[in-house]
Design a protein around this ligand. Sequence first.
Ligand code: ADP
Length: 570
Amino acid sequence: LIKTKETRWSLLKASPIYTDKGTIEYAVNVISDTTAQKRFEASLKFAAEASKVISSSLDRESILQQLTDLAVLEFADWCAVDIVEDGKITLKALANKDVKKIKLARNIRLFYRPDLYDRCGIGKVIATGKIKHYRNFELKKLEKIESKKLRSMLKRIGFTSIIIVPVIIKRKVIGSITFATERYKHKFSKHDLQIAQQLALQLAASLENAQLYEDVNNEKKRLDNLVSNVPGVVWETYPSPDKGEQKISFVNSYVEKLLGYSTKKWLGTNFWINIVHPEDRKKVVREVSEIFKIGKGVIRFRWIAKDKKVLSVEAQSQVIVDGSGKPLGMRWVATDITEREEMERRKDEFVNIVSHELRTPLTSLNIYSKILQDTLNPEEKEKSNIYFENMIKQVKRLNKLVKQILNVSSVSTGSIKLNSNYFSLDKLIRNNIDGNKRLNDRKIVMKGKTSKKVWGDKDYVCQVVDNLLENAVKYSPRSSEIVVKLRSGADSAVVSVKDHGFGIAKQYHKTVFERFGRVYDQVDRTYPGLGMGLYISREIIKKHGGNMWLKSESGKGSTFYFSIPYNKIN
Ligand code: ADP
């Protein structure tokens, strides 16, 4: 302790001086002041330890407390961190070598509340973002403080030197770190100042990380919460199917409710495939790789729950990609459609029965009206023939409708039975055009031909061609020509029917092939129809192993295509 009452370190080197006889006569003592060296080492050590603490955790509160605790080991006597919260400066961490003094310091902070309008101290540093270094803190300065109590408390501590550094994130001051030494301890040097600045930078980076981490975590919690309340099974699999065996990395808790298996059972395996009904498994595996190629899709299959109950589900999938579009995995959402399927089945059954029941009286009605027409004498005939003709026409229409409804239900239940043979498509179409009276007022041009016969059910294919030609006429009332083209593909014959009518906007290209799918923007042109023809036609073609598609734009006519394989498809 020297005159200034400052603590200083010294190194004493004593060297003995020997007499001729070899005995020690006296010693030469050299004392050197090593305070600066010692300080330097201590502050370096603190800097190293502090950066370890700052980067070791993402928990804000614990970082701050650990940092202040570390600072008071050798670097300073006091250390405090203040953070701005809702516009107010709040003390977040405080440390002193002497634990008893912490209470005193907290008491001080009850009287001294820094705010952003202060003309000095913590408030000023945070408001301006400029570091403050009171190398020799003059106790005189405290005289300006109004509160007597605060003044006396501060005097009791007797600060020697103070550094206040701002903590800045993205140009915004979010708080400050204060280091202080007490009575008789050393004064902070320029080197200490640099260390304090460096720490503030590191702390800012770490707090920013902690904030990001907290944001991400909150967002994750929110999503988890949301996903766990979705009434469907949501899961993710990695890697993408072309990169090897897939494993589930996430599944929501609804899976336990629906299938009885815990989420643990799913994670790290490809469990969702294992519990697919054995009859559906091959189809599912094939469809998964198809969806993967397209990017998204929907599949239907059956799952076997833990209690052996069979559930029908509809699963939507989306391929997960990275920033550059490279596929990483797949995300799935499956909903239970067991009840819906059962309802659909019952509805189909009902429609089937009703339409069957309707056919018998309709057939009788048709026959009896013809007989009645024949029994009329010529005079009566002249008077009422037109009514009879109309009646028979309407009965025919009704018959056709009933046939369509019957077709829909047998297509939906998959009970269509093909009576297949080899036949010439060219001939079938020619006969169809010539024999269809409703097409008489239209010019129908037939182009191209097929080289081989196709394998299929003539009646059903005829029904498809009929439907396409009737649509072409129906939906192109102002244009006359319809072109039917035949062409030979590699494995199948392709037929197209082109009209110059209303055309179909892109958004309806898929739905027109669905049950009851119709276009609703054909303004002021209401055409009778149930939206079943194309659905039935496509199902018939699919049953043959072929395909049906269309090219069209609104207002520019439509071309419908279908293909029929030459040979029987297994
Ligand atoms: P329907 O004609 O009885 O309504 P379809 O299944 O045959 O049923 O056709 C479905 C829908 O597709 C039709 O309602 C119509 O809106 C549209 N469509 C079909 N063919 C054509 C066509 N050639 N041009 C324009 N729209 C068509």
